[in-house]
Design a protein around this ligand. Structure first.
Ligand code: SF4
Length: 288
């Protein structure tokens, strides 16, 4: 059996940085370290960090955080009002907001300060969108799909600047569709495509990998949206595809295939990928 990894897989830069910050904080402090919401979408990583003392607390329950606690801000960031609440409690804030997300927050803040129209493509329930919206002024418009773009009516748009940007993990195709619709309505629109290449790179590498293998294992957490999207692509492009959380989930058919391809979501750590790879190779070697 041959096991081939996708050219790009696993942790993205922002998630790796957030996990490393959390580990460092847990090593350096004996008191509880809080994460506002799950630090990453991977159950086994959260379980390990939880055993080392990381406590997840939802933003709605921020009042439960004791004064002077240590709090990690996730890669997707939070709204400024949350930061202020933590500052009022004299908490030590470890800001693991991904620089790409931070750039979006700053851009929204800058354009909003002159009362310009800021249009963001994204999912209203996503933490990153809620965080960015907190930096916006009154002329902020969230567009979740092309239909909403068609319905958008901007007042006084001739006198103001209009900027279009995106949640970092939004679909590239949908963003382009929305951009086309809005450009027809508002030719002066300034477009900033702020979609992070990390998602696209993983998806493209998977499509390439599907051409050369008999089956694909997508490794990742069940609540990770980018992992689920990878699985969808694997199913569309390969006869055998499975979404697994770790080595224990490998379906038996994969032990019989000649070449198995591996990919992993942006929240899947290196050690889980290695375990899956080693389990496949070990079982094959035992059969020889
Ligand atoms: Fe940052 Fe991109 Fe990872 Fe989001 S997907 S955390 S923007 S590197």
């Amino acid at each position: 059996m041959k096991v081939v990894r996708a050219e790009v897989l696993g942790f993205c830069f922002g998630v790796r940085r957030a996990v490393e910050e959390a580990k460092k904080a847990l090593c350096e402090n004996t008191s509880t370290v809080y994460s506002l919401g799950p630090l990453i979408h991977n159950e086994s990583v959260l379980e390990k960090l939880g055993k080392s003392g990381l406590k997840i607390i939802n933003e709605e329950n921020i009042e439960q955080i004791k004064n002077e606690s240590i709090v990690i801000i996730r890669a997707h960031g939070v709204e400024p009002s949350v930061i202020n609440q933590l500052k009022n409690k004299n908490c030590k804030i470890i800001d693991a907001t991904c620089p790409r997300v931070k750039a979006n927050q700053k851009m929204v803040q800058k354009y909003s300060s002159n009362n310009n129209h800021v249009i963001l493509t994204g999912d209203m329930n996503h933490g990153e969108v809620k965080g960015i919206a907190g930096y916006a002024g009154e002329n902020f418009h969230l567009i979740q799909n092309p239909e909403e773009a068609k319905r958008l009516e901007l007042k006084d748009y001739a006198e103001k600047e209009i900027i279009l940007l995106s949640q970092t993990t939004f679909s590239g195709t949908e963003f382009e569709e929305i951009e086309t619709i809005l450009k027809k309505k508002y030719p002066s629109l300034t477009v900033k495509n702020t979609i992070c290449p990390a998602t696209n790179e993983r998806q493209q590498a998977l499509i390439d990998l599907c051409k050369n293998v008999n089956g694909i294992l997508v490794i990742g957490g069940k609540s990770s949206a980018n992992t689920k999207r990878l699985f969808q692509i694997a199913r569309d492009n390969c006869k055998n595809a499975a979404l697994i959380q770790n080595k224990d989930d490998i379906p038996s058919i994969f032990y019989t295939l000649e070449t198995v391809g591996l990919t992993a979501g942006a929240s899947t750590p290196d050690d889980i990928i290695e375990e899956v790879e080693n389990t496949l190779l070990l079982s094959y070697n035992k059969k020889l």
